[in-house]
Design a protein around this ligand. Structure first.
Ligand code: NAD
Length: 298
């Protein structure tokens, strides 16, 4: 953790576009692994929030590391010194070897960002998206060179979650893909490979699993708390499906499932849940609003 891992020759400067929950986490692990980070967002307040959150998280993590107080404080100082911020995406990506897009999950917005990035970045920069639910080929539709485009799907919270799904489309070159795998390892993640497909590995299994749990509850087969308890004690999951959906956000799981249902009407697993629709319509989105399947108001 304390040693910089810049062994890769072709990636030194990383631009991250979008400084929300994911972008700030990705910036943190990238900087603490020795890369120079340019964190970009159109919202200046989001950038300020991100830098504050990163500083707190790095300080917290440094306390868990072995070593002297000086080593711990040097780690925080060095990590923070590697992160610069910018509220102009074109300027932010100009010098980047690798660009990771982590803006909101909106296909038109992502396409617009990539059009802007391709106009402003170096000819050999690698472009990636952290999308959770879109196909790479849909995000990359307007790109002129799709060989340098791939997917880096991090998990939330990024500094804690060890997995990185590295996605390739039919157009992604072998060199781009190998570089992305190397980058993932360099930032301390365990990488898994997946083709361009809805939800990649984790979400393709997790989202239908959650909706199946909702249908089980809707049919009256079992109570919510018993379904959660059963999956924790019987399957060894740290959270039951309803607890997990409340954690992720019911609007997010509904958004993903609605998108897949519209794009793949023939896949039976991609079916909406009237209960989820109702909770979202009522603004009960899970932990973030204080109510979802469970209440968190206390
Ligand atoms: P978020 O809402 O926390 O942050 C998104 C950020 O993008 C905001 O700060 C916003 O100001 C910024 N933004 C909007 N338009 C922009 C633009 N044109 N240029 C630059 N920045 C812009 O969202 P998040 O949860 O960090 O998710 C980001 C991406 O990561 C999404 O594609 C999401 O699907 C994916 N993802 C999310 C999770 C998760 O658990 N939250 C997990 C894996 C992947």
């Amino acid at each position: 953790m304390f040693t910089a891992k810049c062994a890769m020759q072709n990636i030194r400067n990383v631009a991250i576009v979008g400084s929300g929950q994911m972008g700030s986490g990705i910036a943190q692990v990238t900087a603490s692994s020795g890369f120079n980070v340019m964190l970009a967002d159109v919202n200046k307040k989001a950038l300020d929030r991100a830098m504050k959150a990163i500083s707190q998280s790095v300080t917290h993590l440094s306390k868990k590391q072995k070593g002297t107080d000086k080593e711990k404080s040097d780690f925080v100082t060095l990590t923070m010194s590697r992160i610069k911020t910018c509220n102009n995406v074109s300027t932010a990506v100009a010098d980047a070897d690798l660009i990771i897009e982590a803006a909101i999950e909106n296909i038109d917005l992502k396409r617009g960002i990539f059009a802007q990035i391709e106009q402003s970045c170096k000819k050999d920069s690698i472009l990636t998206t952290n999308t959770s639910s879109f196909l790479l080929e849909d995000v990359a539709k307007g790109l002129q060179d799709k060989t340098r485009f791939g997917g880096l799907h991090f998990f939330n919270p990024v500094p804690v979650m060890k997995l990185l799904e590295v996605i390739r489309s039919d157009d992604t070159s072998d060199e781009t893909y190998a570089t992305l795998i190397k980058f993932g390892t360099a930032v301390g993640k365990t990488t898994v490979a997946c083709k361009d497909s809805p939800g990649f590995i984790v979400n393709r299994l997790l989202i239908p699993y959650f909706f199946e749990a909702a249908r089980m509850y809707e049919r009256g087969d079992a109570s919510m708390t018993d379904i959660d308890e059963a999956m924790k004690l019987g399957a060894g999951h740290p959270m039951g499906p309803f607890e997990l959906a409340d954690y992720i956000g019911l609007d997010t799981v509904k958004f993903v499932m609605d998108g897949w249902a519209a794009k793949y009407p023939e896949v039976q697993l991609f079916e909406a849940s009237p209960l989820v629709d109702k909770l979202v319509a009522e603004g009960k989105l899970g932990r973030k609003t204080g109510d979802g399947f469970y209440s968190y108001k206390k």
